[in-house]
Design a protein around this ligand. Sequence first.
Ligand SMILES: O=P(O)(O)OC[C@@H](O)[C@@H](O)c1c[nH]c2ccccc12
Length: 262
Amino acid sequence: MTILDKIIARKQEEVAERKALISAKELEMKGYFAKTTNSLKTSLLNPSSSGIISEFKRKSPSKGIINANVTPEDVTFGYVQAGAACLSVLTDIDFFGGSDDDFLRARKANPSIPMIRKDFMIDEYQIIEAKSLGADVILLIAANLSPQRIKELGKLTKDLGMETLLEIHDEEELNRSLCEYIDVVGVNNRNLKNFSEQNVNASLELAEKIPANCIKISESCISQAETIKLLKSVGYRGFLMGETFMKTENPPKALADLIAQL
Ligand SMILES: O=P(O)(O)OC[C@@H](O)[C@@H](O)c1c[nH]c2ccccc12
């Protein structure tokens, strides 16, 4: 059983528990459901954008606790001040130490920047939930979704006015998963099946295989300005980074220092 299999097995139980507590119909009456969304695509296409998608991440299966001393509002507000193009907030509880509350606190502190609800989406219910939390972008991970499910979840995401980020790790996942409901393609440099990689080779290898009309971003294992420059030179517009910032005492300062070197 891979780590991803374990995460998905637990996610199925979690979604069933959540559905029993509050119905999808009730979610539609709640929170930010009626809020208009902020576009990630528009943000990344802006020539003056840093392209950096800054993540609030407390822990991970591979690293354990990354930072236990910061609040989502301070970190995400600081990220935006420092020049983040977009925010990503983990809501997975069991493996990443996140929560819906983290997302809501970040949303409240930053009403008008695009925000990704970072979780393992397997069910329509979670998309409706994301909308009620005020999410702008939904992550769909090809490694754990069939092409049919990507279409179904992608269509609901679009119907609710949000954007989709399709996460792939190799060419096979790309070819089977790309469909009309995808807004941005993200290459995850880290293999979610074993959390092994520590470099951006996956992004470099896939750059020319992703259709030129797709907006592409590179995810995970990025720490240096030089790497971002290299990824830009092969066509990436976005850079999803968590640990590099979160492992420091002052994540927004780490982002500001990086942007100064770009
Ligand atoms: O902390 P890093 O190596 O900078 O990675 C951030 C982000 O890419 C990573 O958290 C991530 C990418 N895809 C995911 C899917 C689920 C959970 C987490 C992730």
